[in-house]
Design a protein around this ligand. Structure first.
Ligand SMILES: Cc1ncc(COP(=O)(O)O)c(C=O)c1O
Ligand SMILES: Nc1c(O)cccc1C(=O)C[C@H](N)C(=O)O
Length: 407
């Protein structure tokens, strides 16, 4: 059987197949970049239009109360919570992932007086490392990096916080959240997980792992749209002692008392800083509800099946490429990454054929398998395109070698 014939069988038996219809996907495009920017749920434009035209246009400022704008950050956080193994009152949708990292790294430093080291790994997503740098410049933190297999050895009495991305953005490799959280706690450190490449793609158990803090993006697998608000998690046991540095009025216990003195909200709302981005939250809520409806267990099962099928199809076509993602589909997120010296040009050649993946410097072709809207037929076609691009050496074309600003 050809990969296409097998794909037809898999699609016919796929319990999630019907969900594809709930997303807008352009004709002729195979979208393998949902790990960077998720696809548009069909319900989003109407939901956003309602907020703009009805709630804003007609309700005006009354909508902060009558349309639930004021509670939206907490309400949507509560809907993200079950996807990451947290309680609803431990998660809030706000700011960007970078800003949430800053708030929680600084808070962790406050909670571990006498310790300044933030431990992470080289090659972590840049913003995670850059946010440590900002606190270093203030003299508040000291960055320590250790390779993934040396992290536990690097945990000593100086470490205030272990900061890791659960699923690595470039390779898709997944950390053992339970074991690393335990090891950090045994060393007296706190743990902050960046769940940007996990949330909405696979089950996460923050409370089962006893995690302290987490952050993550709203625009990837949660399909909240470009620049969607991110989210932040703080375990309930830390709510009373947390001191985050961005003490804006939306995080105040009584913002509309307009007092001169700051007093943080008692719960997860203390993570808020300024006014919630209502339009962005409206789009995010649609994506979160849809992903929650499908369910992260089923999504992970399908993403494993999709990536395994892609690898098998490449094999059928005789393609030999170095895969830098873990071979065990249970140990990687919803992506496969391949190393090739011409990865950028290959990526561009694929895009010219309608297969949208991405390139990560210096030599990684990254293909995301967002399980909510991809079919096995997409995967068979993408594998065939990749095989043809390589066989024809289409990447040799000058047109595909010109680097764009956003890759
Ligand atoms: C692991 C990880 N963390 C953080 C970010 C960035 O977050 P933001 O742009 O929302 O600050 C990304 C992607 O851009 C990411 O992959
Ligand atoms: N946030 C992005 C953007 O504004 C433009 C292009 C890409 C992105 C990304 O999300 C990159 C992504 N975090 C990654 O894993 O590479």
């Amino acid at each position: 059987m050809t990969p296409e014939q097998r794909a037809a069988e898999f699609d016919a038996a796929d319990p999630l197949a019907a969900y594809r219809e709930r997303f807008t996907l352009p004709e002729g495009v195979i979208y393998l970049d949902g790990n960077s920017l998720g696809a548009l749920p069909k319900a989003t434009p109407a939901a956003v239009r309602c907020v703009v035209e009805h709630e804003w246009g007609e309700g005006l400022i009354r909508s902060w109360n009558s349309a639930g704008w004021f509670e939206a950050a907490g309400r949507i956080g509560g809907k993200i919570a079950p996807l990451i193994g947290a309680a609803p009152h431990e998660v809030i949708a706000c700011d960007s992932t970078s800003v949430n990292l800053f708030k929680l790294i600084a808070a962790a430093l406050q909670m571990r007086p006498g310790r300044k080291v933030i431990l992470s790994e080289p090659g972590n997503f840049p913003t995670d490392l850059y946010m440590i740098a900002g606190l270093e410049q203030q003299g508040l933190a000291e960055r320590r990096l250790a390779e993934r297999d040396r992290l536990t050895d690097a945990l000593d009495g100086d470490v205030a916080l272990l900061l890791l991305t659960h699923v690595h953005y470039k390779t898709g490799a997944m950390h053992d959240m339970v074991a690393l959280t335990r090891a950090a706690h045994e060393a007296g450190a706190l743990v902050l997980w960046d769940l940007s490449h996990s949330t909405g793609a696979l089950p996460v158990g923050l409370n089962a792992a006893q995690a302290d803090f987490a952050v993550g993006c709203g625009y990837k697998y949660l399909c909240g749209g470009p620049g969607a608000p991110a989210f932040a998690f703080v375990a309930e046991r830390h709510h009373a002692s947390l001191k985050q540095p961005l003490t804006g009025w939306f995080g105040h216990a009584a913002p509309f008392a307009f007092s001169d003195d700051y007093a943080s909200a008692p719960g997860i709302e203390q993570l808020l800083c300024g006014t919630s981005p209502v339009l962005g939250l409206a789009a995010l809520e649609v994506g979160v509800e849809l992903i929650a409806e499908i369910g992260v267990e089923r999504l992970f099962q399908k993403s494993q099946a999709l990536s395994e099928f892609f690898l098998a199809s490449l094999k059928d076509h005789g393609v030999v490429l170095e895969c830098v993602s873990p071979a065990d589909s249970g140990a990687r997120g919803s992506q496969l990454s391949f190393r090739h010296p011409q990865a950028y040009a290959i990526c561009q050649a694929l895009i010219a054929r309608g297969v949208i993946g991405d390139f990560r410097d210096p030599d990684v072709l990254r293909l995301g398998f967002a399980p909510a809207y991809l079919s096995f037929a997409d995967i068979a076609a993408a594998a065939r395109h990749l095989a043809e691009v390589l066989a024809n050496e289409e990447w040799q074309s000058d047109e595909f070698r010109q680097r764009a600003a956003v890759t």
